[in-house]
Design a protein around this ligand. Structure first.
Ligand SMILES: Cc1cc2nc3c(=O)[nH]c(=O)nc-3n(C[C@H](O)[C@H](O)[C@H](O)COP(=O)(O)OP(=O)(O)OC[C@H]3O[C@@H](n4cnc5c(N)ncnc54)[C@H](O)[C@@H]3O)c2cc1C
Length: 462
């Protein structure tokens, strides 16, 4: 076969997972070709809140936060009812602390522990994020690091089509399509970092019909080619029914309304003015609850205290600048503002206000935080699919496995293109499993590639 070019490592997909893998390999002096389908390095990572869960970090220790690999592993497994591979979860929890510190110290992307609120299901304050709490800032700064390194060749508008294998089934390169036609790139290792298939309506309908009716709120280019290239090379897949939904998208602005509104004491009503489920079960599975409600939308009701506390969060600040919510001094006036039955919302509010922190209400909610006080806020929200959480079967080094559970040599999958750690359902998603599997497996794959290529070189010299 005639190759168009040759590098040490090929990376397909320029989101968070791909960039972390590229930077890890490049810092060790390897030559990288990074192929990104679109014109930009953004992906879902840029749309995210940039919150990376990590345990046993120096940042946590400075704040006296007690956390460990055991605790983080247990939280993730508890959320997915032990449906995901514990070896993958442990590998991610183990790398998480080192990775966040490496991002801060080596990549010079300032990280700090998110103290504003604790996400549902995390037993410790362990979200680490850049100052603006935005994935866009994270991606801009990762890109700056990529641009600084001369051994990363970035090729935009270039799409992974196929993995190329030798007669033994070892991956030896990829086929890429771009405006210049088809190219064949040889590489010692290939990392698939093309996220999942959320942007492919047909695949979503096939694997996750329950969410196919909801809007897709992720990156349009994530249409599953990486997964399909892996399958064509003999890879197995797992947990294709898993996904992250979010019940808090502001319909008018398309911005994410942080679930902090809920965790700090707010609640969610349907268009009739009624609560209908435990909002603190998690924003992903709450998506399904909203899809069962009339006209499939609702409002989050909260107050001035919560509003003020959330202003440091970039997306919320933008919502505030656009005044995307309605406010009123009384619940009755708020109901009129949002055209919800006044008596029903007043009744819902009165019942909600009588709940006490720690005691389960009729829906099983136990976390209420402080009482809501005037002025009150209401923001209209719809449910959406963020990203799929199943994909190519991998081991704890992010190496892709075939249908017999054997490693397909030289190919790795990270982030949304690989099987995640969220089990097989929407409820299995613990907040920030998405970035953890993208960046964490990106780091793990990168470190494994560096180690194995160094070992191969050493053997060749001997
Ligand atoms: C609104 C929103 C908010 C979120 N908030 C959070 C959060 O706070 N915390 C969290 O953990 N997770 C969050 N997530 C999920 C998280 O963003 C993703 O799980 C994570 O960013 C996935 O990273 P990735 O590198 O796998 O994919 P992406 O960042 O999506 O990158 C994939 C890249 O691959 C490219 N690509 C696709 N196909 C090809 C191809 N054939 N060839 C070459 N390139 C290709 C795409 O164009 C894209 O640039 C959020 C998601 C959304 C949508």
């Amino acid at each position: 076969m005639e190759w168009d070019s040759e590098v040490d490592v090929i990376i397909a997909g320029g989101g968070g997972g791909g960039l972390i893998a590229a930077l890890t390999c490049a810092q060790a002096g390897l030559e990288i070709a990074l192929f990104e389908k679109t014109k930009h390095l953004l992906g879902n990572t840029a749309a995210s809140a940039g919150m990376i869960p990590a345990c046993s970090t120096g940042f946590q220790r400075q704040l006296g936060i007690d956390d460990s690999v055991e605790k983080m592993t247990a939280d993730i497994l508890m959320k997915n009812h032990n449906e995901s591979d514990p070896a993958l979860v442990r590998a991610l929890a183990t790398v998480s602390g080192e990775m966040v510190e490496w991002i801060n110290d080596s990549l010079q992307i300032e990280m700090s522990v998110v103290l504003e609120f604790k996400y549902p299901g995390h037993s410790a304050l362990r979200m680490h994020a850049p100052p603006s709490r935005s994935g866009l800032e994270l991606m801009k700064k990762l890109k700056r690091n990529v641009n600084r390194l001369e051994n990363i060749y970035l090729l935009l508008q270039s799409s992974l089509e196929k993995l190329i294998q030798d007669d033994n089934g070892h991956v030896i390169g990829i086929e890429v399509s771009s405006s210049e036609g088809t190219q064949y790139i040889k590489g010692k290792k290939v990392v698939i970092a093309t996220n999942g298939f959320g942007g492919n309506k047909e695949l979503v309908k096939q694997h996750i019909p329950e969410i196919a009716v909801a809007a897709y709120f992720g990156y349009e280019a994530n249409t599953g080619e990486g997964m399909e290239a892996g399958i064509a090379a003999g890879a197995a897949t797992k947990s294709l029914t898993a996904y992250q939904g979010h019940a808090g998208i502001n319909e008018n602005t398309g911005l994410l309304v942080t679930w902090g509104t809920i965790m700090m004491g707010g609640f969610y009503i349907n268009r009739l003015g009624e609560r209908f489920a435990n909002e603190t079960q998690g924003y992903s599975e709450f998506t399904c609850e909203v899809l069962k409600q009339p006209e499939q939308y609702g409002y989050i009701i909260y107050d001035e205290r919560i509003h003020r506390n959330l202003l440091p969060i970039e997306d919320y600040k933008r919502l505030a600048e656009m005044e995307a919510y309605k406010t009123a001094e009384t619940v009755e006036a708020l109901a009129q503002e949002i055209q919800v039955d006044v008596e029903r919302l007043s009744f819902t509010f009165m019942n909600y206000r009588h709940q006490q922190d720690g005691q389960a209400d009729a829906f099983g909610r136990k976390v209420f935080d402080e009482n809501l006080e005037a002025p009150f806020y209401a923001i209209k929200v719809i449910p959406a699919l963020f990203h799929t959480q199943g994909g190519l079967l991998i081991n704890q080094h992010a190496q892709v496995l075939d249908t017999n559970g054997c490693v397909i040599p030289n190919v790795y999958a990270v982030g949304g293109s690989a099987v995640g750690i969220s089990g097989n359902h929407a409820f299995g998603y613990l907040s920030s499993n998405g970035l953890l599997t993208a960046l964490g497996f990106g780091r793990i794959a990168g470190l494994h590639i560096v180690e194995s290529l160094t070992e191969e070189k050493r053997r060749a010299i001997l």
